[in-house]
Design a protein around this ligand. Sequence first.
Ligand code: NAP
Ligand code: ZN
Ligand code: ZN
Length: 348
Amino acid sequence: MKVAAYAAPSATEDLAPLDIERRAVGDNDVLVDIEYCGVCHSDIHTARNDWGGTQYPIVPGHEIIGRVLEVGKGVSEFKEGQLVGVGCMVDSCRHCHSCEEDLEQYCEEGLVATYNSEDKISGGITQGGYSDKIVVDKDFVLSVSEKLDTKAVAPLLCAGITTYSPLRQWNVKEGDKVGVIGLGGLGHMGVKLAKAMGAHVVMITTSPDKGKDAKRLGADEVLISKDKDAMKQQANSFDFLLNTVPVAHDVNPYVALLKRDATMVIVGAIAPLPEIHGGGLIMQRKRIAGSLIGGIKETQEMLDFCAEHNIVSDVEMIDMENINDAYERVIKSDVKYRFVIDMKSLTQ
Ligand code: NAP
Ligand code: ZN
Ligand code: ZN
């Protein structure tokens, strides 16, 4: 079936309308009528080929919320009209060690991302959520509570799980001192989730003017990373750091903040990091690690956790046609704190 979408025609052109083909609903498929789609910085990295390997035209979008329009014969988990979500993955091999451990994001045969992956079912390239409808295997569809503000739930599908998963994996608990680096889409979810887990949360930002907001979002303290004296005062004091900075950057000043044996998890910069001083790690047995989104089971757990704790994203709503301006604002770190596209604007 043909559906309306917005695609990047190349790395250097603006996104523009494009009709794309979605596969017919198979036995295990769910057809979702997309209501909202969040705008992740990864959409921009992909549209502009920052990571290489983008296949054009590409329809970004992996923070998808919508209602079920139709289900295949083999689907009993979802019903027509149900509120559902689709995040960063739409398929995986299902049988490797990672898939068997509910860690499809680390699928050893390669996860099928919601956009810019080889589509194993219909061939071609997967196309994401900046579109009217999407067809997804039921195993990669999440159920979403009707209790929360639907449009503000969309960013949980990427920004939420990408921050929730490392907080859980590194066992962040009541009283831990947690630093979240970068107050954007991921960072603001990191603050809310770490706070809900009982941590003492410090927002570490390059933007002094975001300080007030950081406190409103739940941060107990704000640390301006450009203030060398303030950074020195907090040296060796953090139990955990979540680094959401979207580009290559000097991580040494952040490593200095960690306590002995503490870890900084990089989720933002999918890029070579400039020189890391071994001494900064060795002297206090510090660690740097990475983390990719979260598995489907954990994503459902995160959505349920957010419903229980009343956690949603702070969103700025946009119409589809304003996507290119939104991209420019994200790049300038000027978004409070996630753009979400109202998908009605695509077809009206
Ligand atoms: P975003 O909304 O642009 O937020 C990033 C924030 O980082 C900015 O608001 C800014 O916060 C800070 N920042 C920007 N440039 C910086 C610099 N040069 N030095 C220090 N801080 C800087 O982006 P996002 O959507 O949260 O995504 C963040 C990154 O995570 C992107 O690269 C995205 O591709 C990646 N990502 C990874 C995963 C994963 O699974 N690992 C999943 C989703 C996204 P302040 O103004 O507060 O400094
Ligand atoms: Zn994302
Ligand atoms: Zn696998």
